[in-house]
Design a protein around this ligand. Structure first.
Ligand code: ACO
Length: 323
């Protein structure tokens, strides 16, 4: 069978940082509250002339460079974002043009903070079925554009950034020893859609809107859903926690990450944590965490990784990948 092997990882964070001390000047909050309740210290904010595509292109070019490939080696780009440059066309085609990819196809997917996992699953299926040999999967966001900077419940949480991976088809023997994506499980449940929404939408009121979240409720579901889907994906490949080198979670809240890690019996040193210095970058957070793990030398070839995410919708997902 064909497996999707990660050949290269890239990431990009805008230059400007917004610290908790900066936020203290903007809303009724404190550095102590933000650190204690979320684990976040600072986040990056895109410059006024920096669009989601600009972030995505920087991450994509680095992933290609690290894979030793050029744009025209790629057959499909799947870009996950909730903050596209424009309502149409897809942000992915801007990336396609920028990397000089003149064949194949490119499109966006939207699953909020689980977007990267959904995009990864789509690309993995193209590779498994032989529709593509190489894929570029990107998570890119300028969440700062849809944050209500007067709402302390949400504005302290989010940041901007982009991460990308290059996947390449490689033969595997269907076992958990294979290199590449071993399995991805996706879930959504629209009954909870109202717990995390924007105040606007193209069809509803022709506005992008700003984020509204019932944080406590999202939190409650997050730990349960994440632990459950992680166990399911591990069970699907007959993998136990001690075979996994790193948990690479969506970075929403340190308490959610700690709670999930505890339920799954992972020690802190086996968890990739970028949240303190990036905040929640939605679809970009998992590829950025992967990028951090790889560039810091912690994630090495052959390591088994458990990825998990939870976001608006609700959407949630779990994946096992041998790097
Ligand atoms: N500074 C100071 N006080 C604050 C702040 C702040 N920034 N924000 C809220 N508070 C206050 C509240 O008003 C509340 O005060 P009250 O008791 O007087 O009403 C008190 O702090 C406690 O509020 P809670 O909402 O109960 O705080 P909680 O401990 O739940 O933390 C948080 C809030 C950080 C939002 C948490 O609930 C969380 O992380 N939720 C999940 C977020 C998530 O995972 N989202 C999914 C992904 S995002 C996506 O898909 C786009």
């Amino acid at each position: 069978m064909k497996r999707s092997v990660i050949k290269g990882v890239g990431g990009y964070l805008p230059e400007k940082k917004l610290t908790n001390a900066d936020l203290e000047q903007m809303v009724d909050t404190s550095d102590a509250w933000i650190r204690e309740r979320t684990g976040i210290r600072e986040r990056h904010i895109a410059a006024a002339d920096e669009l989601t595509s600009d972030l995505a292109i920087r991450a994509a070019k680095e992933a290609l460079k690290n894979a030793g490939l050029s744009g025209d080696d790629i057959d499909v780009i799947v870009l996950a974002t909730t903050t596209p440059d424009d309502t149409l066309p897809a942000t992915a085609v801007k990336v396609q043009q920028a990397i000089g990819m003149t064949h194949g196809f490119a499109f966006d997917v939207q699953a909020v903070c689980s977007g990267f996992m959904y995009a990864l699953s789509v690309a993995d299926n193209y590779i498994r079925t032989g529709m593509a040999t190489r894929a570029l999967v990107i998570g890119a966001e300028t969440l700062s554009r849809i944050v209500d900077w007067q709402d302390r419940n949400t504005c302290v949480l989010f940041g901007d950034g982009a991460g990308a991976v290059v996947l390449e088809a490689q033969d595997g023997d269907s076992s958990k020893a294979d290199q590449g994506v071993l399995n991805i499980l996706l879930r959504s449940d629209g009954r909870y859609r109202d717990l995390l929404v924007t105040t606007g939408g193209v069809s509803r009121n022709q506005k992008a809107g700003t984020i509204l979240m019932e944080g406590r409720e999202v939190f409650r579901h997050a730990v349960t859903n994440l632990a459950e889907i992680a166990r399911q994906v591990m069970g699907s490949m007959d993998v136990c926690a001690d075979e996994i080198s790193y948990l690479v979670p969506h970075q929403a809240n340190a308490r959610i990450i700690d709670g999930t890690a505890k339920k799954l019996n992972f020690d802190a040193e086996h968890v990739i944590l970028t949240l303190p210095y990036q905040g929640n970058t939605s679809a970009a957070s998992i590829p950025l965490a992967l990028y951090d793990g790889v560039t810091s030398g912690r994630i090495k070839r052959g390591d088994l990784l458990l990825l998990e995410s939870m976001g608006g919708g609700f959407t949630w997902a779990g994946a096992l990948i041998r790097f």
